[in-house]
Ligand binder design. Structure first.
Ligand code: IMP
Length: 435
């Protein structure tokens, strides 16, 4: 098989940037298939830190091709900014090594304005009228809504300035009614949006391609394709902690629909399991630590949003959600990340089940009202104090660390494929072939 998928098993921020970058060494093409600039993939290469939001992590290796596929919602402003920022740091970004799907939907400023407005109380009303999700404010939900209701504009529309005004006019009629009558906002100027669309078209035209055919063609030529997931399984629109989720399919199946590749061609599926849990935004989080231990995980693990800078909520590893992710995505194996962050805790815990109304659950309940009431069933482990960043084989790890990993493997129900022991590329224990 010449393709492989990387997805998050938790609430995102599992350290996908580093792992995708590492696997990219063996890949020819790296594809983002869902989400948008809500993602923030952090990579540390040669002491330099890069935070990528839309451009696939493969861009940092100049000989690789990267693709933003049809399932992604693209904010051209963010994309142009990212391309310019990468170029300013000497990274090659050209139409040769970055392709953007002509079918990918566009995020306009009015999507972001709507995203923000929905998170605030309605003018003249109390907070009870608002469902605050704690979104990244990047317009992701409103753009996917337009896509599903067939009102969206796609990258290909930027190549047809003659029809841009008509399409934007149709989209804005409803948006402006919402802005002025419901949200107390100024209406959006059609002229300004048309001008923006034209400017984006001029800048991005060389990158806009029929990405699914490029991917199919690459597969036919035996090239290795890496599908880079964003967010995590608990944020999946169908299988996450709805409504506190993102608006796309974050499970492995999303790679199939978002990139246009048959499920049977996806190859090995790697699920990232951070050695502890984090969550940004609202919603239930059974293993959350509200005291000093949570604070310590946040500081040592630098758990602040790469996109919004928000402090992440932190807690012990939850194998119940990782077990569900293993089933939902058909994981080949787990890649454990940020294990080094646990060094120095005298005791480490992991949830292996939930208790709800006297029953023991091995998978999260569907309804968040129940999820908010579960009690984690913990296993407790003695901690380790050693610096593990030099370990390159499991045998190099302290015994207590190995015991924790074995328990993780058993609780999640898939073998380990990789263990990350530090932020740099080489601070990694690789246990298998990813393609
Ligand atoms: P949205 O994707 O901006 O609509 O946000 C919906 C929910 O997903 C919020 O709880 C966000 O904090 C969360 N979210 C979205 N993208 C990411 C990510 O890349 N990492 C972690 N959480 C995310």
């Amino acid at each position: 098989m010449t393709s492989a998928v990387v997805i998050g098993t938790q609430w995102g921020d599992e350290g996908k940037g580093k792992i995708v970058d590492l696997l990219t060494e063996k890949a020819d093409v790296v594809v983002r298939f869902q989400g948008g600039a809500n993602a923030g993939h952090t990579l540390v290469v040669g002491g330099e830190t890069y935070a990528l939001h839309l451009v696939p992590s493969g861009i940092l290796r100049p000989e690789k091709m990267t693709v933003i596929a049809s399932g992604v919602v693209v904010d051209p402003e963010a994309l142009i900014g990212e391309i310019e920022a990468l170029r300013a740091r000497g990274v090659r970004v050209s139409p040769d090594n970055l392709k953007v799907s002509d079918k990918a939907h566009l995020i306009f400023p009015y999507h972001k304005a709507l995203d923000g407005a929905r998170e605030r109380p309605l003018p003249g009303m109390g907070p009870e009228g608002t469902l605050k999700i704690g979104t990244t404010g990047r317009g992701i939900g409103p753009a996917y809504e337009d896509k599903a209701s067939r009102k969206g504009l796609r990258m290909a529309d930027l190549l047809h300035p003659e029809s841009l005004r008509e399409k934007l006019g149709q989209a804005l009629m409803e948006k402006n009614a919402l802005f002025t009558h419901l949200y107390g906002l100024e209406p959006v100027s059609l002229d300004a949006m048309v001008a923006l669309g034209q400017e984006w078209g001029q800048k991005l035209a060389p990158f806009i391609r029929d990405s699914w055919k490029i991917i199919q063609d690459s597969l036919a030529r035996g090239l290795r394709i890496l599908f880079e997931g964003a967010q995590g399984t608990q944020l999946d629109i169908d299988h996450g902690t709805y409504p506190y989720v993102t608006s796309s399919s974050t499970v492995s199946g999303g790679a199939s629909t978002g990139a246009g590749v048959a499920p049977a061609l996806l190859g090995k599926i790697t699920g990232l399991v951070k050695a502890y849990s984090t969550r940004v935004g609202e919603g239930p989080f059974p293993t959350e630590l509200l005291g000093a231990e949570g604070e310590r995980l946040r500081e040592v693990g630098h758990e602040y949003g790469a996109t919004t800078g928000r402090p992440r909520r932190c807690g012990w590893l939850d194998c119940v959600v990782a077990r569900a992710a293993a089933a939902l995505s058909g994981l080949t194996w787990a890649a454990v990340t940020k294990l080094d962050v646990l060094a120095g805790f005298s005791e480490i815990k992991m949830a292996v089940a939930y208790r709800l109304d006297g029953e023991e659950l091995l998978y999260p309940p569907s309804d968040i009202r129940d999820l908010a009431r579960v009690e984690p069933v913990y296993r407790s482990f003695p901690g380790f104090a050693e610096d593990i960043s030099g370990a390159r084989a499991l045998a190099d790890l302290p015994r207590n660390c190995r015991v924790y990993l074995e328990a993780l493997e058993e609780a999640v129900g898939v073998p380990l494929g990789l263990v990350s022991v530090g932020p740099e590329r080489d601070e990694t224990i690789v246990l298998g072939e990813f393609f």
